[in-house]
Structures are given as C-alpha cells and as structure tokens.
Design a protein around this ligand. Structure first.
Ligand code: AHR
Length: 485
C-alpha cells in the first residue's frame, strides 16, 4: 500500500459537534437494570439512589453530552405514566419489544436525575406505537412546563419543582420496521408526526424535534423529509454494521453510513427547496454501532477498528451530522459491560474515548491519495449477505473503499492538527506521508495514541497484547497529534 494524506488546515469542513459522541440507554436487557441502575448492588457500587457510580465514571470519561431514552423498540409500547410517582405503586407491565416484564422502577425522574449526575442532556423518544398524542403532550408537560397544570403539578408532587427543560424529542422509533409495535408506511407516519410536531411546539416552542428516519438511503427518508422538514430540526438515521465473522466487511461497513449521510444531506436540501425553507435541518444519527450476535456483544480488535471508522465518518461529515448516539451505552451492544463486582471496558471503548477527547474542534478537509488503487482499495461488499437478504438495509452503491481510513481536526485552541488513522488492512503495515498545506509548519514531536494487538480476534483483558508505538501497523488505529509552530 502507498497512500498519501493531504491536509490543508485552512480548508474547514465544519465545527465538530461534541454531540456526535452521545449515548443511548434503552429498557433492554441489562442496560438500565443492573447497568446504570442497580439499587441492590451488594458490592457498594451503587449510590444512595441506586445509580452505578463506576458506570457513571466510565461514561464521564467519554464526555457523553446527550443520552437518548427510553428506546428504541421498547418505547413503542411504553406508558411513561407508569414510571413516575411512588415506586411501590408503579405497575409491572408486559413489555412487547423484547417480550419481558417492565418493573417501572426506573422512569423519567430517575433518568433525568441520572443525566444530571452524568452532565448530559436528556433526549426523549416518544411512543408513536401504542401511545397517543395526548400521552406525548402530557409527557412534555410533565418534563418542561412551569404552569399550574395537571402534569406539571404531578412532577412537583413527585418532588421536582423546577421544570426539566428536556430539549430533544424524537417523533417515534423505527416506525418503518415490521418489528415495531405500530408500524406505519411513510405517508401515514409523516401525516401523524406532522400533527404531533405541531402540537408539541404549541406546548413548548423551545424544543428540538427529530423525525424518525431509516438508513438515510431509503425511500422512507425521502418521503418523510418532504413532509416533515417544516416542523423538525433533525432527521434521524439508524444503522448497524455487521461482520458475520468477516473482518473486511466489518471495518468497511461504515462506508454505508457515509453514503447514507451524503444522500440525506441532499434529501434535506431538496426538501428545503421544495418547502421554501431557510432553517437548519441536520442529522441525528441516533443509533449506530457494530452489532453481530445478541444483546450483549463481546468486541474484539476488528470491532474497535470498525468503531474508529464509524467515528471517522462522523468527523468527515461534521457539516451534516450534529448528534450521534452509540447504541447502546451500557451492557447492551455496548463498550461497557457490568457485573455485580465491577465493569469491563471492551475494545470499542478506547477509540470512542480517544475520539471524544481528541477529535474535537473543526473538521478539516482531508484527502487520502492512492497511487496503486488495486492495492490501496477494497471493492468487496460492505454489508454481509444475510443482511442484504433481509432487504431491510439494501447496500448503497458499491464504492471502492480505501484500506486507510482517516479524518482530521484543528484543535479547539487552533494550536494542533489531530489525525485519526485506521489501517484496516489485515496484514499490510503502511508508512503514510502526511502533507500539510503550503506555509504550514508542524513541530518535530508527534504525540501518538494507539489501539493495536497482534490478533484481530483479541479482546481487551489480555495483558500481553496492547502496545504503544509510532508506526501505522497492520489492522491498527492511531490518533496523531501535531503541534503547529
Ligand atoms: O438498539 C437496539 C434496537 O435496535 C433498538 O431498540 C431499535 O431501535 C433498533 O432496531
């Protein structure tokens, strides 16, 4: 391989929105119960309100700015009213997304209090399955109203005098999916969501609304944006990449997300032209991750590289994606796994942390030049055959994807250029010349943060695998920090 990177610090893409490093907590598996909330923890890991302090710290170390809640599929049969008030009076209910029982011991008030401890903004997804517009308005009133009205007073009675000021509200979850309670077609959904948006804004004009999108490259996205553009601030995208044991598919999968963002950007522009709109509409990529087997994924180095490639996509597309929530934050498809005695940071935790800390500031235009395309690019599928067969996520137009994946930022204080590099090739190390634009000088010292191990199947927890070095090894991820002089 012989790629070359060209970066011109004068060519800004857009500010990197810190909200691209956001999270998602759903009532699914052990995400909420025994993940973030574990009141019976026998090892002293929960505080007086039942919140796992070790989990809070691990998420604080990721600087999580926004957390989406309570689903996901769960929300489409969720009655928020069951989850507030005295805990002993809260009903247990059948739960239709994951076919379990919901105890309702954790609800809106617990979630908001947890977000406050974390220092994150809450983002609530509305139930557009079994829920009514009346329920949605009541939830908004409960959370945000300072009036002398029923649900605002209910919040006060439950001990929360001040309104919560929840800014982000999603108009349903994956309403297009056959698995969703209350599935609709795009036209029906758009009509209903438009009316919900109108009413929600009448009650609280300060909120920001998110339309339920699909992959960004589906006809659903085109149809819903056309109708909902006048009333929403964000369009959501959900996409999971899948490896099915194939490293190349795993690490190249995020190319589909990049294509989805390009298509969505164009669809937004089209909807704005058609609606004669001048407002901003951007993407809230509110579910993304590598998801292969079940609820509790065990990630290896290949998955960490895939996550780094996902994050490179979000930095490169900083002009259109302003919020992205890894699905999910704890235990379920998560970089963090808890046990009663502690937590385990999986391989995927580390690229996320490096990005959240270092890849902030202004995204820079970056070009990876290749002189031998046959060696430097991958031309195979980016979606494994079984996903293609589901024909839920059709693969966007095939593209030649470079083995070397990169993004760059100018640091917030404008003194450094930081380059995130993923060498996705299984076996070939690469020496990468990095050219900065004319009249740019960088210091001789470069800080290097590296995620690497000898085997792609290695998981965190080995003591003999992780190493620090300055060279772009085969199947590795680095962030290089250059100081401008
Ligand atoms: O994150 C797990 C599930 O994946 C969510 O509940 C749903 O929205 C998606 O299909």
């Amino acid at each position: 391989m012989s790629p070359t990177i060209h970066i011109d610090p004068a060519r800004h893409v857009a500010p990197v929105d810190p909200r691209i490093y956001s999270g998602f907590t759903e009532h699914m598996g052990r995400c909420i119960y025994s993940g973030i909330y574990d009141p019976d923890n026998a090892h002293g890991l929960a505080d007086a309100n039942g919140y796992r302090t070790d989990v809070l710290q691990a998420l604080k170390d990721l600087n999580v700015p926004v957390v989406r809640y309570p689903g996901g599929n769960f929300v489409s049969s969720y009655r928020w009213q069951d989850g507030v008030g005295p805990k002993e009076l809260r009903p247990r209910r059948p739960e239709l997304a994951w076919l379990t029982e919901e105890s309702n011991q954790f609800g809106t008030d617990e979630f908001i209090a947890w977000c406050r401890l974390l220092g994150a903004e809450p983002y609530i997804c509305l139930n557009m399955g079994t829920g009514t517009l009346e329920d949605a308005l009541a939830w908004l009133e409960y959370c945000n109203s300072s009036a002398n009205t029923h649900y605002a007073n209910m919040r006060r009675k439950n001990g929360h005098e001040a309104p919560y000021g929840v800014k982000y509200w999603a108009l349903g979850n994956e309403i297009w999916g056959p698995w969703q309670v209350g599935q609709m077609d795009a036209v029906d959904y758009s009509k209903q969501a438009y009316q919900w948006a109108k009413a929600m804004r009448l009650l609280d004009p300060t909120i920001q609304l998110v339309s339920c999108g699909e992959t960004g490259f589906a006809d659903w996205d085109r149809v819903t944006l056309k109708t909902l553009a006048p009333v929403v601030d964000f369009h959501s995208i959900h996409l999971y990449t899948v490896s099915e044991g194939n490293h190349d598919v795993n690490v190249m999968g995020p190319a589909a997300a990049e294509k989805g963002l390009e298509i969505t950007k164009a669809l937004i522009e089209l909807a704005k032209i058609e609606g004669n709109l001048t407002k901003d509409i951007t993407v809230c990529f509110d579910e993304w991750n590598v998801w292969c087997k079940g609820a509790e994924e065990h990630y290896d180095l290949s998955d960490a590289l895939a996550v780094a490639s996902w994050l490179n996509v979000f930095v490169r597309k900083a002009d259109i994606v302003k919020i992205a929530c890894i699905a999910q934050s704890v235990n379920v498809i998560s970089p963090i796994i808890t046990s009663p005695t502690g937590l385990f940071k999986q391989t995927t935790y580390y690229p996320l942390q490096l990005f959240a800390i270092l890849m902030q500031g202004t995204a820079l235009s970056l070009h990876v030049g290749v002189s031998t395309p046959e060696d430097d690019t991958y031309t195979g599928p980016t979606v494994p055959p079984f996903v293609a067969r589901l024909s839920v996520h059709t693969e966007p137009a095939a593209r030649a994807t470079k083995w070397l994946d990169a993004s760059a930022v100018l640091s917030p204080d404008k003194t450094q250029i930081r380059v995130a590099l993923v060498n996705r090739h299984k076996t070939a190390p690469v020496s990468v010349p990095i050219h900065f634009g004319p009249n740019v000088a960088v210091g001789a010292e470069v800080e290097v943060y590296e995620v690497w191990s000898g085997e792609l199947e290695d998981r965190n927890g080995r003591t003999d695998g992780w190493q620090g070095a300055y060279e772009c090894k085969e199947h590795s991820f680095q962030v290089l920090v250059f100081t401008l002089v």
